[in-house]
Ligand binder design. Structure first.
Ligand code: ASP
Length: 494
């Protein structure tokens, strides 16, 4: 069996949903298929927006809910023949009435809990999946709908619930083995806790739903259908020369997705990696494009660096002072102060002189971090053993990612050299001993320049040389090289 997941843009409207039906129709001829779908594009934001408007006593939430209703009524009318519409139209109406009741309650109380947020946002996938299942049937493609809330069991950490894999796997297997339909449509993102209360798996969590199902059923493949033709060597909004990565390992994909490549929700990789299930990233709007294949070992096609990624809104906090040198326990207390405020640590550096510890965090947490760390080290600050925490904002992380970087000398030299030659100052550097990721912290205003010079350094130089060679000689070898894709050309050099 195989699992195909379609994201918000792929199911944004009736026209796109028809493309999805066509893709699944073709693909399901080769294997039994579970289709996991997102809410119609933008609907989760719309619902959460309605929720926060009602919390702040703003009646505009009613407009958001009527927009929700209109979008779904329109989808039903465009996808389903009139004679079969009534059941779905009343489902949409009933859901909208429930949503209005919930939001009225929040409006009156002025209180929005994480539990209510999950309840509200769950309607997006719950309705989209039922409309899509009906649209399959209206197009004479047999499909059954199954509620993910009956299959995926989580704890009660609302808005980012953690899956109970044992129970979930057994429910998924129990259902799947009793079901003979060759296409099953399931809503992504939504689940329930042990008390049957609705939970969600975090924003972007439909990918994760698909991976959980693929792993439970030992699927032959998981296909994540989105609006781009795969993972790219860099963010195409930052460099015109970014290109699709044909294959990549699970580890590299995880690194790239954690570092801002929004193509796949990072937790998705773990369940499929454990079972070595291949994952394809495919484009709903260009289905014949090859896409990106994520698997255990990506073919070593000579590319030392697999991709370049970046994250903005980074603040660098530094704890400095001669009183820290050689004394154990400072970093423990620093990290405890951060974790007590639930502040996520993105990057850590400490030089061997132990005179300073530098931590990269999300800039929205910088104020909280300063407050809690200055309190935690109040004594040492008073005795001038350490200085009050230094905070620098407007920073970004730019990272090179690639498993083949391990044991290759000179990569960081080339990275820092390229950035230095182009006037990009590096504020901090981190590389774990796994050597899969070399991260630099730089000023946000330099990110575009940095990505472009690094892309040129690691992905374009050889390509240019080969082109020069081809145009210069016009010989057979050159022509042959021209037919190869750039990945193969890199192999020649490295
Ligand atoms: N609809 C949810 C979101 O927008 C989940 C998903 O699409 O993956 O975050």
């Amino acid at each position: 069996m195989q699992v195909l997941k379609f994201g918000g843009t792929s199911v944004a409207n009736a026209e796109n949903i028809k493309k999805v039906i066509e893709i699944v129709k073709q693909s399901s001829q080769k294997d039994k298929t579970i289709v996991v779908v997102s809410a119609l594009g933008g609907v989760t934001d719309l619902l959460l927006n309605a929720a926060s408007l009602s919390e702040t006593g703003n009646e505009l939430y009613k407009e958001k809910l009527s927009e929700f209703e209109q979008r779904h009524l329109e989808a039903v009318k465009q996808l389903i023949p009139v004679a079969q519409q009534s059941q779905l139209l009343s489902l949409v109406k009933k859901s909208c009435n429930e949503l209005e009741d919930i939001c009225n309650g929040i409006f009156l109380l002025g209180e929005l809990t994480a539990r209510s947020k999950d309840r509200i946002s769950s309607y997006g996938e719950w309705i989209s999946s039922q409309i899509i299942a009906a649209a399959f049937n209206a197009n004479k493609v047999d499909a059954v709908w199954k509620d993910a809330k009956e299959l995926i069991v989580t704890n009660s950490a609302f808005t980012a619930a953690e899956v109970d894999f044992k129970e979930t796997d057994s429910k998924i297997n129990g259902y799947y083995n009793s079901q003979s339909a060759s296409i099953i449509i399931i809503p992504g993102f939504i689940a329930t806790d042990k008390n049957g209360v609705t939970t969600t798996l975090g924003r972007g969590g439909s990918d994760y739903t698909a991976a959980i199902i693929a792993s439970a059923l030992n699927a032959k493949a998981l296909e994540v259908w989105t609006d781009v033709s795969g993972m790219m060597t860099a963010d195409p909004r930052l460099t015109n020369n970014a290109r699709i990565i044909p294959n990549i390992s699970y580890q590299e994909a995880m690194e790239l997705s954690h570092f801002g490549a929004k193509v796949i929700y990072p937790p998705t990789i773990q369940p499929v990696m454990n079972k070595a299930i291949p994952v394809w990233i495919k484009n709903t709007f260009a289905p014949t494009d090859t896409g990106t294949l994520i698997e255990s070992t990506s073919s070593s096609n000579g590319n030392i660096v697999r991709g370049i990624s970046s994250i903005n809104n980074i603040a660098l906090i530094s704890l400095e002072g001669s009183g820290m040198v050689g004394i154990p326990g400072f970093s423990k207390r620093l990290f405890e102060a951060l974790s007590s405020e639930k502040i996520n640590v993105i990057l850590i550096t400490q030089s061997s002189s132990e005179h300073s510890i530098c931590v990269g965090i999300d800039s929205k947490d910088a104020g909280k971090a300063k407050h809690s760390i200055d309190i935690a080290f109040a004594n040492e600050i008073a005795l001038q053993k350490v200085e009050p925490l230094k905070v620098e904002a407007d920073l970004s992380i730019v990272a090179l990612v690639g498993e083949n970087m391990k044991n290759h000398t000179g990569i960081s030299g080339r990275m820092f050299g390229a950035m230095g030659r182009n006037g990009v100052n590096i504020r901090a550097i981190a590389q774990g001993s796994s050597e899969k990721n070399i991260s630099t912290v730089i000023a946000t205003k330099n990110v575009k320049k940095a990505i472009n010079v690094l892309h040129e350094e690691f992905f374009e130089t050889t390509f240019k040389l080969v082109n020069l060679f081809i145009s210069g000689t016009g010989n057979v070898g050159g022509k042959l090289l021209a037919q190869l894709n750039p990945q193969a050309i890199f192999y020649k050099k490295e």
